[in-house]
Write a protein that binds this ligand. Structure first.
Ligand code: NAP
Length: 318
């Protein structure tokens, strides 16, 4: 069969032959992959830079997707850490890590939206004790995961939703109650972050790095009630792998910093959430801009994914 194959971490995957293993484990099945998203996590997997990466090559990238099983069912699946990912005509799934989709579900939308939507859905439902009515600030709200986080927070009955990111015009389109444009002048940004964050309950952070440090410096001294919990969920790090956290922030207010992702959330908890999240995506409760590109054009797709804001989805069966 054909697959996108990484043979060296400094090059995009190539479209070439790849042989499926002939042994299947318990609960495993071979499926025909219909759609698989090129998420940031997939790109870091293919570059060997994700925190779960091993140096094993060759590697077929892809962590999730939509597939047709041999019994005819349409399924969304997530894969374990494996060198046989979803960017292939066929892959091997563990049926327990998959959910059945209704016929008529849009495979490209599901493959595009599930991973970025899961980042906030799981964080709010599985990583903290989120209560309806609590306010949520999203750091990095213009990316796919951030845009979906605004929608997820609304769906989970958040109170005030604040979108923080670059580009005032793009932020204004998100439907948040307040926005902070990080590319404004630094003093204005600090004032706006302080005002927006003074009563916030939960921060979902896709940025980390300098913006997180700056936000804490701006928000903590402005807290209206220092006994009100401020739960900061680290989910992504597009602005920096490390962030200098001001020590005083941890002493001066009830700040808790937690992470949410593969490892800090149990796989069984993630799998439990897949069905409800897939239903929400399928019912168009959450929308994402996605573009399908066939598997044989995977090198072109990789370069598009690096530059494009729409989520690129590989479609092996087209
Ligand atoms: N832990 C989890 O469960 C989980 C799940 C999914 C995703 N993630 C992580 O979440 C992050 C975002 O994913 P995504 O799918 O949204 O990626 P994406 O669609 O590529 O969006 C990335 C966004 O980051 C913004 N950005 C980059 N550098 C920035 C900076 N210095 N300041 C402000 N904004 C900046 C970009 O804004 P511009 O348009 O202004 O450049 C872009 O909108 C990634 O790190 C991903 O790995 C984590």
């Amino acid at each position: 069969m054909k697959a996108a194959v990484v043979t060296t971490f400094d090059q995009a995957p190539h479209y070439q032959d790849f042989t499926l293993p002939d042994q299947l484990g318990p609960n495993e099945m071979v499926v025909d992959v219909i759609a698989a998203g090129i998420h940031p996590r997939v790109r870091s997997q293919a570059e060997g830079s994700h925190y779960t990466s091993t140096d094993d090559l060759p590697l077929v990238p892809g962590i999730d997707g939509v597939a047709r099983a041999a019994d005819g069912t349409l399924r969304y699946f997530i894969l374990p850490d494996t060198s046989l990912g979803s960017m292939a005509e066929q892959t091997i799934i563990d049926v327990r890590r998959s959910v059945r989709l209704p016929e008529g579900a849009d495979p490209v939308q599901i493959a595009a939206a599930m991973n970025p939507a899961m980042s906030s859905w799981i964080a709010l439902r599985r990583r903290i004790d989120f209560q309806p009515g609590q306010s949520v600030m999203i750091m990095g709200a213009t990316g796919n995961a951030g845009r979906l986080a605004v929608q997820v927070a609304r769906r989970l009955d958040a109170g005030r939703v604040i979108a923080v990111g670059r580009g005032a015009d793009r932020l204004a389109e998100l439907g948040a109650d307040a926005t902070v444009a990080l590319d404004d002048d630094p003093q204005t940004v600090a004032e706006q972050l302080g005002e927006a964050g003074k009563d916030v309950d939960v921060v979902i952070d896709y940025l980390w790095g300098q913006p997180t440090r700056d936000a804490l410096y701006a928000i903590v001294p402005r807290r209206t009630d220092h006994n009100q919990s401020l739960t900061w969920i680290e989910v992504g790090s597009v602005a920096g792998l490390d962030s200098p956290i001001p020590s005083a922030a941890l002493r001066a207010t009830r700040l808790q910093i937690v992470g949410s992702g593969q490892g800090s959330v149990a796989t069984r908890d993630i799998v439990t959430e897949l069905g409800e999240l897939a239903n929400a995506v399928n019912s168009a409760a959450f929308t994402i801009r996605a573009r399908a590109i066939t598997l044989d054009k995977v090198e072109y797709a990789w370069s598009e994914a690096a530059n494009e804001t729409d989520r690129i989805v590989i479609t092996p069966q087209s």
